[in-house]
Write a protein that binds this ligand. Structure first.
Ligand code: BJW
Length: 251
């Protein structure tokens, strides 16, 4: 497993940040966005489904699409990649998982310290005011406080990311020793910029992706492959006590 220098750097790391994208949930059977044949954006136009304008034009269409996405997410199970990241959190001194995914699979896998940059498909928001969710009529998609439509609590193109989540992610990236970019095409900002902040502050950047991305040439380590296959092996190689014992030369 991997170069010895990476294994040692991860054993020494005090702070690790992992950014994930749709690719980590691909092995759970969920579609990514940009895969040529199977990606969501190969079948649907983002401007029809993932903008506030689209929601204003046709809230029912958007709700139906997200109801389908919610159902897919609930039917899916966390895979070995999600589980390995939950395990990494237990082993590393400090660990933050930053995800662009809205499917909730990381928390179902047992990750605790999670920042959701693009929201969560299992929650709703009042589309007009900042009303409390206590008074939502989720069944009819209506806010009882102000009468407005409810909308999925996800971040669409042109919308700001939740400020606290973004600030937490940026602060952690700027302080970490190792930054993972896993299963993301690294083209949607501001998430796609986090690795740069980490690198500028001296962190090693490790990419795990089935394909090349704009980050690949800049990463300290780049592993072309499936997250669900690579991550469990990496966690074992770095933190498995028996292996650490063996590789330190002790008998
Ligand atoms: C595997 C694998 C396996 C597969 N193992 N790997 C700067 C420059 C240029 C543009 C901008 C910029 N700043 C802002 C923009 C505009 C825009 C943007 O970035 N556009 C780009 C497309 C050019 N950004 C925004 O609009 C953001 N908002 C913003 O910046 O606000 C600023 C603002 C300021 C002041 C006022 C107002 C605004 C918001 C972005 C929101 C993104 N929303 C979506 C939908 C979320 C809800 C939903 O799920 O429906 O988020 S779009 C979609 O893309 C989704 C994802 O989270 C996001 C990223 O996609 P991801 O996860 O990377 O998926 P894929 O499919 O692209 O990639 C999967 C990868 O996995 C691939 O690489 C595979 O190879 C790999 N893979 N199987 C390992 N088994």
């Amino acid at each position: 497993m991997g170069p010895a220098s990476l294994i040692q750097s991860l054993r020494d790391a005090q702070r690790i940040v992992a950014l994930t994208g749709a690719g980590i949930s691909a092995e759970s059977g969920l579609a990514t966005f940009r895969a040529a044949q199977t990606g969501l954006w190969s079948k649907f136009k983002p401007e029809d489904l993932a903008t506030a304008d689209a929601f204003r034009r046709n809230p029912k269409l958007i709700w139906d699409w997200y109801a389908w996405r919610r159902e897919q997410a609930l039917k899916a199970e966390p895979n070995a990649g999600h589980l390995a990241l939950a395990e990494m959190e237990k082993r590393a001194p400090q660990f933050l998982l930053v995800t662009q995914n809205v499917d909730g699979l990381h928390s179902r896998a047992g990750s605790q310290n999670i920042v959701e940059l693009h929201g969560n498909v299992h929650r709703a928001l009042c589309s007009e005011n900042n009303c409390s969710s206590d008074n939502f009529d989720v069944e009819h998609g209506r806010c009882r406080s102000c009468g407005a439509n409810l909308r999925p609590d996800v971040v669409w193109f042109g919308e700001m990311l939740p400020p606290a989540a973004l600030q937490t992610a940026i602060a952690a990236a700027e302080k970490c020793d190792a930054f993972f970019s896993i299963g993301t095409s690294s083209i949607v900002y501001p998430a796609a910029d986090l690795w740069r902040r980490a690198a500028e502050h001296g962190a090693i950047v490790i990419e795990i992706n089935k394909d090349l991305t704009p980050l690949t040439p800049m990463a300290s380590y780049s592993f072309l492959g499936k997250a669900g296959e690579f991550l469990p092996e990496l966690v074992t190689a770095v933190w498995d006590k028996k292996k650490i014992h063996e590789s330190s030369g002790a008998d």
